[in-house]
Design a protein around this ligand. Structure first.
Ligand code: SF4
Length: 334
């Protein structure tokens, strides 16, 4: 899907912001799409490398069917090469191994598993769903026919054309906004910032429920100025009701020497988010933190009480605070 034939058997992939031009016999940057004699092929279609039942809070999605289960699926590959990737064993394996791992699984089998395990949604996650777009698209269409919702956990590098195509079947997405510096995106992720910002705005415009996560990595994106820029972009360009999850980093992949995010930095990010006008800022990867709860932005009543991924209580009634009737944005249907 989403490619254009060019002269001399070349093709241009239009799925993500890299817009790779690929010669016959070559691969795109993600290494899971290849030009086979002038036709762009998805190599990881139906090759499912992970399938688990997770609480939706683990994505994290906090304003989307709280307390529900989500069948989480992944195929190998990614269009980014983040040096701090937490799932590098499956996201980078096509580059490292030059092979596609995974068990043959059809969209129907994925949807049947979601039904069997009583999942309200299917999450396309762990790796980057953009690079297993066709599998996600076919599965998401089938899921909607069965009354099951769909969520992406994504780096937000889809082109506007890809957003348009998936939006009718995509109910929610958590996008990683990893930095607010093009230089950081280039150096540590081998990508660019601008396509991410465009994609996020397109998702909101298309009516997909959007939440944003920023993994705060010491020395990479933890200055007050950069955190403030991220918070202001979300508040001003996406909307003050878009939840922002600031998440604690623990050494991973090529950055095992980088220390964990100090708790004071997370507190500071929460404060900067509130100052930017964001109504819902959450602290992630720190169990027992008060900022895991959803508070009414008007009267400060606790609306959703969470500990880690467990939801202990939800008191939102018809999308409103039961105490002061303030509208609380999200997808609350059961
Ligand atoms: S999905 Fe992105 S990285 Fe992969 S081939 Fe297409 S444009 Fe390139």
């Amino acid at each position: 899907m989403l490619w254009t034939p060019l002269e001399g058997q070349k093709v241009r992939c239009e799925l993500c912001g890299h817009r790779c031009v690929i010669s016959a016999g070559e691969y795109g940057i993600c290494c899971v799409r290849a030009n086979v004699a002038g036709t762009l092929k998805s190599l990881n279609y139906g090759a499912v490398v992970a399938m688990h039942v997770d609480p939706i809070e683990k994505k994290p999605l906090f304003h989307f069917l709280p307390g529900s289960l989500s069948l989480s699926v992944a195929a190998v590959g990614c269009n980014f090469q983040c040096e701090f990737c937490q799932n590098w064993q499956i996201s980078q394996s096509p580059k490292h191994l030059r092979s596609i791992e995974g068990q043959a699984t059809s969209p129907l089998q994925i949807v049947s598993a979601a039904t069997k395990y009583d999942c309200a949604s299917i999450s396309y996650t762990y790796t980057e769903p953009t690079v297993f777009f066709e599998l996600a698209y076919d599965t998401a269409r089938l899921a909607h026919q069965q009354g099951i919702d769909n969520c992406f956990v994504s780096n937000g590098y889809m082109t506007p054309a890809a957003v348009d195509l998936i939006a009718p079947y995509l109910d929610a997405i958590n996008v990683d906004l990893k930095a607010f510096s093009d230089e950081t995106y280039r150096r540590l992720m081998k990508a660019r910032l601008a396509p991410v910002l465009t994609c996020m705005k397109e998702l909101v415009k298309a009516g997909v429920w959007v939440e944003v996560t920023t993994l705060i990595v010491p020395g990479m994106n933890d200055s007050d100025h950069e955190l403030q820029q991220i918070a202001e972009f979300i508040a001003n360009d996406l909307g003050p009701d878009v939840p922002w999850h600031v998440s604690r980093f623990h050494g991973e992949y090529k950055m095992t020497d980088t220390p964990a995010t100090p708790l004071e930095t997370l507190d500071k990010a929460c404060q900067l988010g509130a100052e930017a006008g964001l109504r819902y800022v959450y602290c992630g990867n720190v169990t027992g933190c008060a900022d895991e709860r959803t508070y009414c932005p008007s009267c400060e009543e606790v609306l959703i009480d969470r500990v880690g991924y467990a939801v202990r209580n939800v008191v939102i009634a018809d999308g409103h605070c039961p105490d002061c009737n303030e509208p609380i944005k999200g997808i609350w249907k059961t």
